[in-house]
Structure formats: C-alpha cells, structure tokens
Design a protein around this ligand. Sequence first.
Ligand SMILES: [Zn+2]
Length: 180
Amino acid sequence: MSAFAEVTERKGSRTRKRRVAMEPARAPRAVEPSVSPRERLPYLLDLYPLESPTQTRLAPFFDALREGRFVTTRCRKDGKVLWPPRIVCPACHSGELEWVDLPTTGRIYAFSALLAGAPIGQEAELPLVVGLVELDGSPLRLFGRFLGIDWRECRIGLPVAFEALTLPDGRAYFAFRVKP
Ligand SMILES: [Zn+2]
C-alpha cells in the first residue's frame, strides 16, 4: 500500500503543488534490551550504563571488564591517561585515543559509608562502603565501591585490588576489594 503526500514547490514567485508517493513506514527493528524486564529502570535511575557497541563507543571498556581486565583511554597526541574512558581528549580535543591497561591495585584515598538510602537494587546490600582509590603508579583517583570490609574497619591507606563483576543481566562493572 502506498500513500501520497502533497508538497508545495516554490520557484521564484511561483508555487506549484505536487503529489509524491511516500514510503510505507517500517516497523522498528527489535533490539534485545540490555536489562531484563524485571530489573528495567528509567535510564537515569539505572546505576549501570548501557554497554553494547550500538549504544556506546566505550563498549571496549565493558568488553575488557568481561575478560577481567581494567582499561581506560590514553590520548595518542599528548599521552594523557584519561579517567573515565573518553572518546575525545578533554585537554587537546583529539579523537585519537587508544586503550591501555590500568594498574589493578591501589590504596584507599577517601571513603564514606552508606548506612541508609541505598541506590535502587542495592537496598539489601546496606551498609555500603564507597570512596576514592589512588591507583599504584598512576596519578588517577577512581571512585568505586569497596568490598570485603565492614565500614567500621575501613581506613584511609588500606590496600585494595580491582575486581571485575557481572550483574545478573550479564552487564559488567567493577569494584575494589580490600586486601586482608
Ligand atoms: Zn590529548
């Protein structure tokens, strides 16, 4: 079935109406949701970002996490190691970035305990400990969640190690495990 639309063409001071055939609308292609329906949240309330290559140019970061690797982007022009991973260097605006491995150990630089008001989906995990990690041999300080420590025992300077994690829906994220 084809439909027609009437378009008005203008040439100098003259106008002319013409009928043109319209392409029938195509149904959108079905895309697998990245979150299971039970856990689907409005995007802004979802703590974990969309991770597939059709949704982000940072998909290699999540692919690396699934392999247990911790990576970020480095600018090929000025050598700056960027966190979080970027598609454009914020210093020189170059789009020529490469993926590099990050150190997987560091020390707690600052922390805070979350005793109430957990993010959606993490209510059962309270209390949570979150904070900044100073990576070994890197100027980067990364925010993350600390695992394996009671918040009352947490201290600045404790050694931690990167840990790749998989969510029930298959998505990847990471945390830092406090070393015993
Ligand atoms: Zn740069």
